[in-house]
Design a protein around this ligand. Structure first.
Ligand SMILES: NC(=O)c1ccc[n+]([C@@H]2O[C@H](COP(=O)([O-])OP(=O)(O)OC[C@H]3O[C@@H](n4cnc5c(N)ncnc54)[C@H](O)[C@@H]3O)[C@@H](O)[C@H]2O)c1
Length: 289
């Protein structure tokens, strides 16, 4: 994208974390903003932070997993802003530690509904509008767990690998159009994602969830400010793939060098380290992987 001034950006999951920072930093560049989130209060907190930048801001309470609601959202954005140049499908959720054998279908469907179908609906609802522009960008958020998988997070990994496949296929389809497509793979980013994580119905029982959150926040290497800055830089350069943080870069390399045998590393350095940290803080009831 050559210039940001007077463009219009749509950001889902903008009530918190990376989405909120994207809204702030794009507004600072003179981009008009349509923000959506399922949490109304947090959405309005973000909108209040944007007032000082004197751009047009619209707020949309939205559950991205509801197809018709996403299409109504696209209609509302076009009615309000008359067009759209940047769409960032950022909203996402995580599910706490649970093995596939114990995982409730409702939990699995919830994760896929938000993380995968939310991205698909957001892409398809806005794509016809993006294609009308002389330059436009579509950004879909995957994860470091869209590059390598980890035990006890199969639903999250499934959703984020799928976002990657969907986005990379679409990128090829759109290569002769004005729409640049980017898939983002953040590593650990210090946001509210761990606080917003839903405990799995049949998952490990972490008696001290606050400690689990603190453990995540200690491990997360990158701030939301830096993550948003790198994503916007990716938009500016029309980069196909943005990998954020040394952790994500390392796992990307590991997954490519040892695609069939990275399991031991993940079990030792991620799953068991997490379990040790939670157990140290209180009771952790878990079936061993
Ligand atoms: N934080 C990390 O370490 C990390 C790592 C890899 C990928 N990601 C991805 O980055 C994206 C942003 O996450 P974040 O870290 O800023 O988390 P966050 O929890 O701070 O923000 C996510 C936002 O999405 C919103 N949301 C959740 N469900 C929704 C729904 N159904 N409809 C609309 N909005 C909904 C939440 O209300 C929240 O405001 C997510 O897709 C996440 O999976 C984050």
């Amino acid at each position: 994208m050559k210039t940001f001034q007077q463009k219009v950006a749509v950001i889902t999951g903008a009530g918190s974390g990376i989405g909120r920072e994207l809204a702030i930093q794009l507004a600072q560049k003179g981009v008009h903003i349509a923000i959506a989130d399922i949490q109304e209060e947090q959405l309005h907190e973000t909108a209040n932070l944007l007032v000082q930048y004197h751009v047009t801001v619209s707020t949309h309470v939205l559950d991205v997993s509801q197809r018709e609601a996403v299409y109504r959202f696209a209609d509302d954005v076009i009615a309000r802003h008359k067009g759209v140049h940047i769409v960032i499908n950022n909203a996402g959720v995580a599910l706490s530690n649970v093995q596939v054998n114990q995982m409730a279908y409702e939990d699995f469907e919830w994760v896929l509904g938000v993380n995968l179908w939310g991205v698909v609906y957001g892409t398809k609802a806005f794509l016809p509008h993006l294609l009308k522009q002389s330059e436009a960008n579509l950004v879909n958020t995957s994860s470091l767990y869209g590059l390598t998988a980890v035990a006890k997070a199969a639903a999250y990994c499934t959703s984020k690998f799928a976002v990657r496949g969907f986005t990379e296929a679409l990128r090829q389809e759109l290569c002769q159009t004005p729409v640049a497509v980017t898939v983002v793979h953040p590593g650990g980013i210090r946001t509210c994602i761990a606080r917003n994580t839903r405990p799995a119905t049949n998952g490990d029982i972490i008696s001290n969830p606050e400690h689990a959150v603190q453990h995540f926040e200690q491990q997360a290497q990158t701030s939301a400010v830096d993550a948003a800055r790198l994503i916007i830089e990716g938009i500016r350069r029309n980069t196909p793939r943005v990998i954020i943080g040394k952790d994500a870069k390392f796992l990307d390399l590991l997954g490519r060098l040892k695609p069939g045998s990275y399991d031991a590393f993940m079990l030792k350095h991620i799953v068991h380290e997490d379990e040790k940290a939670y157990a140290a803080a209180g009771k952790l009831e878990t079936s061993q992987v």
